[in-house]
Design a protein around this ligand. Structure first.
Ligand SMILES: [Zn+2]
Length: 429
């Protein structure tokens, strides 16, 4: 049964009771890890110190670097003979992070993926092509076993050979695909070149990288699918932490399995309701590698209660990394928020630069953005109106006054790879 209705629509009080029970169990489980014994001892936290869910703030965070320092098996709470699988996450520097799973962990994980897929109406009658890396990346085997568990017909096509992927979709009558949004875009282009329509497709599950609403619209149009956003990370099993329901307005967290907080990445304090910050997750059901207050580095916010599907509280789509956060006049600003605002105004393009200066001891932010000729006539009076509109939209979202400069198309720097759109000149002489 994968529409776990009782579990997914628990009343707040019942859910909190379950979470607290599972948090206490997790606290026992982490005692088997030397890092946590020391961490909790140094912080003066005993199991008896955690009486309510709010007491979790007494526990220090676990950071990615801690996991790296524990390479390879320092975070395992069970003997290696009980670990039936290992995944690693690629590190750009140094050693990768190792994650381990007991047999029960693998069961729990595929149940969560099964719940994701059931939530959006996928059943055993669907044919599923999993177009992601099947190696150490958790999106491959993770989705594979989740899909098998609900009885779908699974095609483990992995990545590469896009023409062959397209042939399989058509020949096998594939209804559901899972891949990164950028690969989906590539797939749609190759299909177009081949002059073929992917008629059988109905559902696209996309994740592993941030993507926008405009990419959703494009993918849905070009592939003929309803596109859903998937969120997870290997340290928390992999995909299956949060997923969109049919409303496609935010991602439901599986609160019975993950306790979430949103914090200010500077101070580590929990932010107020609805405010954007870094997602911190305490998994409540892991055996091999339990974690406490894991800092994901991903930026999101907790949405208002109440979704038509009656499942629990949602997070907004991930809009960036907390490492990118700027503090301007005491206000936290994520470059992704600026991008988000600009993308909503068709008269400006998606090419922009942000400059931060300190003038008379005050932080000043200037946003330069290219005009989009397709939507903008070029009258001088319109220019002033557009400039005011951008200033207002930015102020409404950031709660910060910015200077906006509209510039000609093609004048701002283009980036290969990761864009460096923010230039902070406050430290400069
Ligand atoms: Zn919902």
């Amino acid at each position: 049964m994968f529409w776990d209705k009782k579990m997914e629509t628990l009343k707040r009080g019942d859910l909190q009771e379950l979470q607290l029970k599972r948090l206490k169990k997790t606290l026992n489980q982490v005692q088997k890890v030397e890092f946590y014994r020391k961490l909790l001892k140094d912080a003066g936290v005993k199991n008896s110190s955690i009486k309510t869910l709010d007491d979790i703030t007494k526990i220090p965070f676990t950071k990615k670097q801690d996991l790296r320092n524990g390479y390879p098996f320092g975070f395992f709470a069970v003997p290696l003979k009980d670990v039936v699988r290992i995944h690693t996450t690629s590190g750009t520097t140094g050693k990768p992070t190792v994650v381990g799973y007991t047999r029960k962990d693998l069961e729990t994980w595929s149940d969560l993926i099964g719940r994701n897929m059931t939530m959006v109406g996928i059943t055993r009658n669907d044919v599923f092509q999993n177009m992601v890396n099947y190696g150490m990346f958790t999106g491959g085997l993770g989705f594979h076993y989740g899909a098998e568990k609900i009885g779908m017909t699974v095609i483990p096509s992995a990545t590469g050979n896009t023409k062959r992927q397209i042939e399989m979709i058509n020949d096998f009558g594939v209804t559901t695909i899972h891949c990164t949004p950028s690969y989906a875009m590539h797939l749609s282009e190759v299909a177009e070149e081949m002059g073929t329509e992917l008629k059988s497709l109905k559902t696209g599950l996309f994740g592993a990288e941030p993507w926008s609403e405009s990419i959703r619209t494009t993918l849905e149009k070009r592939l003929g699918v309803i596109a859903y956003d998937s969120y997870g990370l290997s340290e928390l099993f992999g995909p299956g932490v949060a997923f969109e329901c049919k409303e496609r307005d935010g991602l439901h967290i599986w609160h019975d399995s993950y306790l979430v907080e949103i914090i200010d990445p500077e101070t580590g304090e929990q932010v107020s309701n609805g405010e954007r910050g870094e997602l911190v997750v305490t998994p409540l059901v892991k055996e091999a590698m339990p974690l406490l207050r894991y800092r994901t580095g991903d930026v999101t916010l907790l949405m208002e209660d109440g979704c038509l599907c009656r499942r629990g509280k949602k997070i907004a789509r991930i809009t960036g990394r907390s490492d990118d956060m700027l503090v301007i006049r005491g206000i936290n600003v994520f470059p992704s928020q600026i991008e988000h605002v600009l993308l909503k105004i068709p008269e400006v393009g998606n090419q922009f630069m942000v400059y931060i200066d300190r003038i008379n001891h005050l932080d000043e932010m200037t946003v330069e953005v290219e005009i989009n000729r397709e939507f903008f006539s070029g009258e001088l009076s319109d220019l002033a109106r557009l400039q005011k509109k951008v200033v207002k939209e930015l102020r409404d979202t950031l709660e910060l006054r910015t200077t906006v400069r509209l510039v000609e198309p093609g004048t701002l720097p283009r980036f290969e790879g990761k864009a460096k759109r923010v230039i902070d000149r406050r430290g400069a002489i």
